[in-house]
Design a protein. Structure first.
Length: 218
């Protein structure tokens, strides 16, 4: 098999590769460079297969970088995202056997991201908690559950909450939410039914009862 043409696409980041004068595959420019592809280069079937696999790896790595650039991500979030990316790529790839071991490919990309220090669950957890404290949107328990959902281990998540989200922080959050949702606190304090409704609302959100009492000055 001979590479008979390499044609740039409109976006300039991809190249259409023709083998024996027939369209073969659209590859990233990065792949063309890494695989040292050029016109008249002779390729075996295995070499062509490796070029296509390299292209897939490069694509999902770039997608991972874009995903991380929006905001910090946990390793679990990135893993799920990469699985979805690969499944989408497979829909448009006739050589599905290239990715027989999907998890191995994901682990390769994750390792590369870790080596480049783009993934660090400890830093992610600290960022998330600091963000919740500063925005005053969630209780300690809600933030803890969020860490669980992001794939942070139970004992580590509890430690991060303990170290970075104090009871005073939660009280500050509680007062902020209370004043925002019920501006007239005097009315809340006077009406037993309304007071009970407010207490139950914050209990459901995981706030500590003693802190709710303190915020309402009951």
């Amino acid at each position: 098999m001979i590479v008979t043409n390499l044609s740039y696409t409109r976006n300039g980041d991809e190249v259409d590769m023709f083998i024996d004068y027939k369209f073969c595959k659209r590859l990233l420019l990065d792949t063309i460079v890494s695989a040292v592809l050029f016109i008249d280069k002779v390729l075996t079937k295995d070499e062509l297969r490796e070029c296509i696999l390299l292209d897939i790896k490069t694509r999902i790595f770039k997608k991972a970088l874009n995903y991380i650039s929006i905001r910090p991500r946990s390793e679990y979030e990135i893993t799920i995202y990469l699985r979805n990316c690969i499944n989408k790529i497979l829909k448009f790839n006739t050589q599905k056997d290239l990715l027989e071991n999907l998890e191995t490919l994901i682990q390769e990309v994750l390792l590369k991201l870790k080596t480049l220090k783009y993934i660090n669950d400890s830093q992610f957890a600290k960022w998330l908690i600091e963000s919740r404290v500063s925005t005053k949107k969630k209780s300690r328990n809600e933030s803890l559950l969020e860490l669980y959902h992001k794939g942070i281990k139970s004992n580590e998540a509890q430690e991060f909450i303990s170290d970075n989200y104090s009871s005073q922080d939660e009280l500050s959050t509680l007062r902020y939410l209370l004043e925002k949702k019920w501006p007239d606190l005097n009315e809340v304090r006077k009406e037993t039914k309304k007071k009970t409704r407010v207490i139950n609302y914050f209990l459901r959100r995981g706030f500590d009862y003693a802190l709710i009492k303190e915020a309402l000055s009951i």
